[in-house]
Ligand binder design. Structure first.
Ligand SMILES: Nc1ncnc2c1ncn2[C@@H]1O[C@H](COP(=O)(O)OP(=O)(O)OP(=O)(O)O)[C@@H](O)[C@H]1O
Length: 238
């Protein structure tokens, strides 16, 4: 298993943002982490990426424990946060070089060229980050997450706010990456999940209400689109 989450709980003050959730993801799987606003998606992803500690429970990435082995986890994981902080004054290559240095990437220049090609940033590569459109900033964020060739990618709402052309391009990239990596991406857009994920984990008010192979989920709810299944599940709380 590339990702194991067991009885994971996070309490902020009085509020349980996630409440004893468990799920796992296999190598080569694209897992859609779905839920309405405030469900606990970002909280879970931040714990998996070692950005915040859990209150209780266990999370492992590629066999490493996020609480006790954060350095190893970071080595095997690429993370695109929902609000990705980018240095707008840096040039695209410079910003990739900065992240590559943090990860001590070997053959840095050729790796940067390779990753720019992979995420389709070729025509934008000589610009400053602040000059990039939102879609290209997302691509840069994914490039930063990929620079050290991690086995696991965690993408928090990677396609939010993109225009249709950028959406198609980014979905194709995620699908391609999903052939060799384990990917968890969060979204509350069901069409997104329908075209991208192999498996759907639906979280609502901090609890998991569904964990199913996408095609099984649709077969179990004949005649319903994923959006309708999602609404049914989060309204019944089952
Ligand atoms: N730092 C924090 N302090 C207090 N409460 C927080 C904090 N971060 C998140 N929460 C709360 O925890 C709950 C889960 O938030 P989270 O950001 O994980 O949801 P989400 O599913 O990612 O939502 P969205 O789709 O809107 O991004 C929310 O009620 C949120 O207000």
């Amino acid at each position: 298993m590339s990702i194991i989450v067991k009885d994971l709980t996070k309490v902020y003050g009085e509020q349980k943002a996630i409440d004893s959730i468990s799920f796992s993801a296999n190598k080569g799987e694209i897992l859609g982490f779905l839920g309405p606003n405030g469900a606990g998606k970002s909280t879970t992803m931040k714990i998996l990426s070692c950005f915040i500690p859990q209150t209780s429970g266990v999370a492992e990435v590629n066999g490493f424990n996020v609480a006790s082995q954060p350095m190893e986890v970071r080595r095997h994981l690429g993370y695109l946060p929902e609000h990705n902080p980018l240095y707008l004054d840096m040039y695209v290559k410079e910003s990739l070089g900065f992240i590559a240095d943090i990860h001590k990437v070997e053959r840095k220049q050729s790796r940067i060229a390779e990753i720019i090609e992979m995420v389709g940033l070729g025509r934008e590569q000589n610009k400053k980050v602040g000059q990039l459109s939102k879609g290209y900033r997302q691509r840069l964020g994914i490039a930063q997450a990929l620079i050290h060739d991690p086995a696991v990618l965690i993408l928090d709402e990677p396609t939010s706010g993109l225009d249709p052309a950028q959406l198609v391009g980014l979905r194709a990239l995620i699908r391609e990456l999903g052939k060799t990596k384990t990917i968890i991406f969060s979204t509350h857009i069901m069409q997104e999940a329908e075209v991208l994920c192999d498996r759907a984990v639906i979280i609502h008010e901090g609890k998991i209400v569904c964990d199913s192979v996408l095609s099984d989920l649709l077969t179990d709810h004949p005649g319903l689109r994923l959006e309708e299944v999602f609404l049914k599940l989060i309204s019944s709380g089952v």
